[in-house]
Design a protein. Structure first.
Length: 273
């Protein structure tokens, strides 16, 4: 038997008790130009409108719908939306990893490959912008209380979106580019520019056993320099010490017991601004 859950309506000035069973996601479609992309959305019980989190998945070809995060955010009164970028999951298009490998196979200039990778990320960000526009148009969403978050490749997408602003209240980025940090200095520079230009606060999170701690080491000091609600935090080892997958995607998706209070405090603060 499932029990009623206490749901905190962050930054909406109320605490409500909502009796609910586990909330199931809905498959939805949204337009990006003439292309129709798809994704999964979780909605708390009630009429809303609710604050919303748009979550950018990583590089995996089949991202799925992130049930642990869907539960975490809906338990706290948020819409949770996972749009699938082109070439991922149920969304049509070329898969970004395949495109990168194909270009690398025919191009021997390493910097051209690095620059092309950034071009692909910039193109993919158009999907995120379209997903955000669709999300804000939904009647059950409080359009002025949106947060953008993401992991790995999705962390990259989160920072590229942050640079654009788009009236998003705050950005939560887990391990942006940690898996490709060492091999692409151009991408490192690009993300530093995005952090510098973001008009909204950013919270960057990593676990000690991530693939590479370069994002925290380079972007963290810039967030500290910007001040305000911007912050970065390096957490203890998550899962197995010698398993970077645990410290990367495992930490972001299954680690809410570790980072949840910090993220909720950040989100509450930015939504009150």
């Amino acid at each position: 038997m499932r029990l009623p859950l206490a749901v905190t309506a962050l930054a909406l000035g109320a605490v409500a008790l909502i009796a609910r069973a586990d909330i199931e996601p809905r498959l939805v479609s949204f337009p990006r130009g003439e292309v129709t992309l798809q994704g999964w959305i979780y909605q708390p019980a009630g009429a809303g409108p609710f604050p919303a989190v748009l979550y950018n998945h990583g590089s995996e070809k089949t991202p799925g719908w992130f049930p642990p995060l869907g539960k975490f955010w809906t338990d706290h009164g948020f819409i949770f939306f996972v749009p699938h970028r082109a070439g991922h999951g149920r969304s049509p298009g070329a898969y970004i990893v395949d495109e990168t490998e194909k270009f690398r196979a025919q191009e021997k200039d390493a910097d051209r490959v690095r620059a092309y990778t950034i071009q692909l990320h910039e193109r993919a960000n158009l999907d995120v912008v379209a997903a955000l526009a669709w999300l804000r148009d939904q009647p059950f969403v409080a359009r002025d209380k949106c947060i953008v978050a993401g992991i790995s490749y999705g962390g990259i997408q989160t920072l590229l979106t942050a640079e654009k602003g788009l009236e998003v209240r705050g950005f939560v980025t887990f391990s942006p580019a940690a898996m490709s940090w060492r091999g692409n200095p151009l991408l490192r520079d690009r993300l530093l520019v995005a952090v510098k230009k973001s008009p909204a606060p950013i919270f960057l999170l990593q676990a000690q056993n991530d693939y590479n701690l370069g994002p925290s080491e380079l972007l963290g000091p810039e967030l500290q320099r910007k001040g305000g609600l911007n912050r970065a935090k390096l957490y203890p080892v998550f899962g197995a010490k010698d398993n970077p997958a645990d410290g990367h995607g495992g930490f972001a998706v299954r680690g809410s017991a570790v980072w949840g209070d910090d993220v909720l405090a950040f989100v509450s603060a930015v939504l009150k601004q």
